[in-house]
Design a protein around this ligand. Structure first.
Ligand SMILES: Cc1ncc(C[n+]2csc(CCOP(=O)(O)OP(=O)(O)O)c2C)c(N)n1
Ligand code: SF4
Length: 316
């Protein structure tokens, strides 16, 4: 089926589960839901190369919830591990020891700490070498597995265990989130996208579309984290919806470097609704409202969306 006709309805998403229930990740883990959906599109012929992080807990030897294969690497070296597996698979195919039908898609699975910080150099190298692999970053905006320390994906004004709201830093995290999408785009990969578990059709279409490209296929998945963001696990879908509707999480893709938004909210919702729903931003409202910090958050959103919303207005 042509990609423009694929995944128009939820019932087109496979009912088959490739990650079985009963994992040791937290209830309501948004990253796991994004991965579950992606796996349904990728199918069973995959091998995950997992940088140390929360998802390492998915496969505790000798058990694994994956139907497919999985390899654990250090935080910095998952893309190098992916290179080794890809090379081994190619050698087996060249020798006739593995058929093309049995070939595996090699997928790096890494959190934002590994993706934005510790493993960025090896990722850059793999993209530069045009390695034929997938990269799935579940972005929970902190080093979750070790106790929710700040990473360079942590948004401005979020509270983490290493950036508490304190006298000298009342807003918590002082720096803005690093723009990994643009860093990856500067490497000119054939396909690059952001996704969210609350937009399963958008996610499925992007993974389906990426299959047509040989080379690095990169995904940043918005991954609400009830444990680190301090909200009720049942709220994960609502948090994810608000992230997109407030304009904080832009759903987009870049094909050979050309960026297109796959969803543009008609009217941006107030970001305060999103912030107030999570304990990591509670200090912005209690004991006093931090107006300067709230203004800064609003301005960053407006600045990002202004050109696109204007284009939309002009098109009407
Ligand atoms: C070089 C290095 N530093 C620190 C650690 C300890 N460590 C293991 S998991 C982890 C957190 C990883 O954070 P992230 O990549 O964001 O994934 P998450 O835990 O949020 O899933 C850390 C710091 C490590 N394994 N390697
Ligand atoms: S800490 Fe967050 S990202 Fe890690 S398993 Fe729990 S919910 Fe998922």
């Amino acid at each position: 089926m042509a990609i423009e006709h694929a995944y128009k309805k939820l019932k087109e998403i496979s009912l088959e589960e490739f990650i079985l229930p009963g994992t040791s990740t937290c209830g309501g883990c948004g990253g796991l839901e994004a991965l579950r959906l992606a796996h349904k599109v990728l199918g069973k012929n995959v091998v995950f190369v997992n940088a140390a992080g929360c998802f390492t807990l998915l496969a505790l030897f000798p058990f694994s919830p994956f139907k497919g294969s999985w390899l654990y690497t250090t935080m910095a070296s998952a893309p190098a591990g992916a290179q080794g597996i890809r090379d081994a698979l190619d050698l087996l195919i060249a020798r006739g020891a593995l058929s093309i039908e049995e070939d595996l898609q090699v997928i790096v699975l890494a959190g934002d700490g590994a993706s934005y910080d510790i493993g960025l150099a090896s990722t850059s190298g793999a993209i530069y070498r045009n390695l034929d692999f997938w990269y799935f970053c579940y972005d929970n905006e902190a080093y979750g597995n070790t106790g929710v320390q700040m990473s360079s994906a942590t948004p401005y004004a979020a509270r983490t265990t290493t950036t508490p709201a304190a006298v000298l830093t009342p807003e918590g995290t002082e720096l803005p989130k690093k723009d990994l999408f643009e860093i990856w785009r500067a490497h000119c990969p054939p396909y690059l996208a952001t996704v969210s578990p609350r937009h399963p059709l958008d996610l499925a279409r992007k993974f389906e579309k990426a299959k047509a490209f040989k080379g690095p296929k990169l995904f940043i998945a918005y991954s609400p984290c009830p444990t680190g963001w301090h909200y009720d696990p049942g709220q994960t879908p609502e948090i994810a919806r608000l992230a997109v509707e407030t304009g904080l999480w832009a759903l987009k893709e870049a094909v050979h470097g050309e960026v297109a938004h796959t969803y543009i909210p008609k009217k941006l919702k107030s970001v305060e609704e999103y912030l107030q729903a999570q304990g990591r931003f509670a200090h912005l409202f209690h004991p006093v409202r931090q107006e300067a910090a709230l203004r800064k958050i609003r301005e960053a959103i407006t600045q990002y969306w202004a050109p696109y919303l204007r284009t939309m207005q002009n098109a009407k």
